[in-house]
Design a protein around this ligand. Structure first.
Ligand code: C5P
Length: 310
């Protein structure tokens, strides 16, 4: 996971960042027998993050405090990650998770999934658990299709239902350096977006293949390959997303794509000042907009490799 971490109070507490992601491209290959959809997608973590502070509790309780009280439910993925890890390992100690939300929820940015991955990694450290990467990946996949990606962070090809992660070298194109994200003022349920897909939304994976090939050759992918098979349905069903797309194009965005199942849209520019002008124009129109950039794990990051037993 691309996250900074920090020990406080002699190993009884730690603070980690959980970064958001965008899908640079997303092919929906088809519907699987288990009801999920087979995907091929390229994801990248971006410098927009939630902060999780975890403090050991000797009384065995797992508790969550959150800057957004409506997220303080038993469904919260960070809380579910902590409970799952205790069940899996028989760990007796508890934890207080203090979650400072910045990533918009149900937005296609993977915020909940990233929180879950951050909790898994930080608790493996805090509770000093001996877990292999395979075990952590399996636990992550049981929490959600996007959670395994966040155990790595950075740039990765994700396949299967999203849980089969192949990390790619950090080779984000300079043309896409500054990302402008626009979050329309609605929430979108992922299951509903997938449920509304039809065969015409399916593709054969060639967009993802072309994007991976371009990135590996350190080339900017052709814009025609920045594709999202979920986009047509979301634009048709949600007028707010279509309006956000039109506003981005009107403000000068060179292209606009949906991230994941949305509703967040993104565009990218090479030049910071141009990106900031675009951001400001949309901000003045009242849109929730973020100016950010790709972020990759550093030596200060708490990653799967740093945490797993082997
Ligand atoms: O895996 P996750 O719980 O995040 O998925 C939420 C819902 O999105 C699933 O219940 C499923 O309806 C849909 N989904 C899908 N195919 C995927 C990922 C998610 O149909 N690859």
């Amino acid at each position: 996971m691309a996250m900074q971490w920090q020990w406080l109070q002699l190993g009884r507490s730690c603070t980690v960042r959980a970064y958001a992601k965008i899908n640079l491209t997303l092919d929906v290959l088809g519907r699987r027998a288990d009801g999920y959809h087979a995907l091929a997608t390229v994801m990248q973590t971006v410098d927009l993050y939630d902060t999780l502070s975890l403090t050991l509790r000797e009384d065995g309780q797992v508790r969550l405090a959150c800057t957004q009280p409506e997220l303080r439910t038993e469904d919260n993925l960070a809380l579910r990650a902590a409970r799952l890890l205790r069940e899996h390992t028989g760990e007796q100690r508890g934890v207080l998770i203090e979650l400072q939300k910045r990533i918009p929820s149900a937005a296609g940015l993977g915020g909940g999934s990233s929180d879950a991955a951050a909790a898994l990694l930080a608790l493996t450290r805090l509770w000093q658990l001996q877990l292999t990467s395979e075990e952590l990946m399996k636990l992550a996949a049981s929490l959600g299709s996007d959670v395994p990606f966040f155990l790595y962070g950075g740039l990765a090809l994700c396949e299967g239902r999203g849980e089969l992660v192949t990390p790619l070298p950090p080779c984000w194109p300079a043309e896409l350096r500054w990302l402008v994200l626009l979050k329309p003022a609605i929430s979108v349920a992922t299951a509903g977006v997938f449920g509304a897909l039809t065969a015409r939304d399916y593709s054969d994976g060639s967009h993802t293949q072309a994007v991976c090939a371009a990135l590996q050759a350190q080339r900017m992918p052709d814009l025609s390959h920045l594709h999202n098979g979920l986009e047509r349905g979301v634009l048709e069903r949600y007028a707010e997303v279509a309006a956000g797309r039109a506003a981005l194009l009107e403000a000068g965005a060179p292209f606009v794509r949906l991230s994941g199942s949305g509703p967040t849209l993104f565009t990218a520019l090479a030049n910071l000042e141009e990106a900031h002008r675009l951001w400001l124009r949309l901000h003045k129109q009242g849109y929730e907009v973020y100016l950010t950039q790709a972020v990759s794990p550093s030596s200060a990051s708490l990653t799967l490799a740093a945490v797993a037993a082997r």
